[in-house]
Design a binder for this molecule. Structure first.
Ligand SMILES: [Fe+2]
Length: 400
């Protein structure tokens, strides 16, 4: 029996217990745990406590907080912490088999997490138990950091070493004008004949360009092959293509990253602190490469962006990500469909222009529902697990 099935036993809420007994998806406990007025009548919004601002009731700051509160919904699940794939190394077929067996509802038929596009969604589940934390599977890049790090460093990551949320959807994040600009720059790149790698068939039939830096299986991060277009002949078009890649990355860096950074600081500040530490190590160790291609440096909130047409329609785990880390996903264009499906949580999350989904892509199997009409260019911003682990084990750049 696969190790992962053990997490299906344990405490469940009544509604979810019934849903599971019926073989159906586990539904979110929609209102329970929603942010609401506290006993003292104040408003509690994650990451905002202690924030300075006018103390006058009804002032600008209070109004902003009230608006944020009205537009935030916390979805809490009574399911155990979803570590079904946590201990496994790369095995895409196993993921497909297990998803089919444990969550038979087709991803695209899952219930919608929310019909209200103006809501920020914060998705929580129970925290991992001690047993779950200690579970050692075949190991690999995605294993729990606290199995590898001294206790003091784990404690410094955050209170108990695990991010609070499994997934988030941030509403009204990226202006329309920026999305249009990104599509224009993407079209220029394609018109010039940018060279794509082969499609990663475990995810999708359409290829993605990976731009920026990563450290996959290396000791030190490198600018990705796609960013350098090494498969193209040295010629004038190549110079133009590299300039177009830089222009696209610069637009992401200048127009999108500051917004993502603010949201990461608000909702997962400890994670953002670790990201900044990775960035400071990388900026030092990769000084020369980054001087030549400064637009490949996204400032620390993430290090690589994968860009492609469509979506990743096949259920998969991103094995090179880390169990703790969020990938940030947004899309540009005008399309129908393409919702973000998470069978382990029994939901899909709508993703519309301007919104961003933050999700732990090494922890939760996921895919995109079919795009039924229109065009969608999707940007997935991520940090590979090697970058994270090498930074935490680099004495000069430890988090303490
Ligand atoms: Fe993915």
């Amino acid at each position: 029996m696969p190790k992962a099935t053990r997490t299906r036993q344990g405490r469940r809420g009544g509604k979810n217990k019934r849903a599971e007994a019926d073989g159906g998806p586990v539904e979110p406990e929609e209102e329970r745990g929603s942010i609401g007025p506290r006993d003292d009548g104040g408003l509690k919004v994650p990451g905002t406590s202690g924030r300075r601002g006018t103390s006058r009731r009804g002032g600008t700051y209070e109004k902003g907080q009230e608006k944020l509160q009205r537009h935030t919904k916390i979805i809490k699940y009574e399911v155990p912490f979803p570590d079904h794939f946590a201990g496994w190394t790369r095995d895409g077929e196993m993921v497909k088999r297990m998803v089919k067996e444990l969550w038979p509802t087709l991803p695209a038929d899952l219930p919608n997490a929310s019909n209200d596009p103006s809501l920020t969604l914060l998705i929580e589940s129970q925290k991992p138990t001690e047993t779950q934390r200690k579970a050692q599977g075949p190991g690999g890049g995605g294993a729990w950091l606290w199995d590898k790090l001294p206790a003091a460093e784990v404690a410094a990551l955050e209170e108990d070493g695990a991010p609070k949320y499994l997934a988030m959807r941030w509403a009204e994040c990226i202006p329309d004008e920026t999305l249009k600009m990104l599509v224009r720059l993407w079209d220029t790149l394609n018109r010039l004949g940018v060279k794509f790698p082969d499609a990663e068939l475990q995810r999708s039939g359409s290829p993605a360009l990976h731009l920026g830096l990563w450290e996959l299986y290396m000791d030190l991060a490198k600018i990705t092959t796609d960013s350098r277009q090494t498969k193209l002949e040295k010629s004038a078009p190549k110079e133009e293509i590299l300039a177009a890649i830089d222009a696209l990355c610069r637009a992401v860096k200048e127009r999108v990253v500051p917004r993502l950074e603010r949201l990461m600081k608000r909702y997962v500040p400890e994670q953002q602190r670790v990201q900044e530490r990775i960035h400071s190590r990388l900026a030092h160790r990769r000084a020369e490469q980054l001087t030549e291609r400064p637009d490949m440096d996204f400032g620390g909130t993430f290090f690589t962006v994968a860009v492609k047409e469509g979506g990743s329609e096949r259920i998969h785990i991103d094995w090179n990500d880390n169990l703790h880390k969020f990938a940030l996903i947004f899309a540009a264009g005008d399309w129908e469909g393409g919702e973000f499906c998470i069978p382990q949580l029994g939901i899909w999350i709508p993703l519309r222009p301007g919104q961003v989904i933050a999700v732990r892509t090494r922890l939760l199997a996921h895919c995109t529902a079919p795009i039924t009409s229109g065009r969608r260019v999707v940007f997935t911003c991520f940090t590979d697990s090697f970058l994270l682990e090498h930074t935490l084990s680099d004495k000069d750049y430890s988090i303490l």
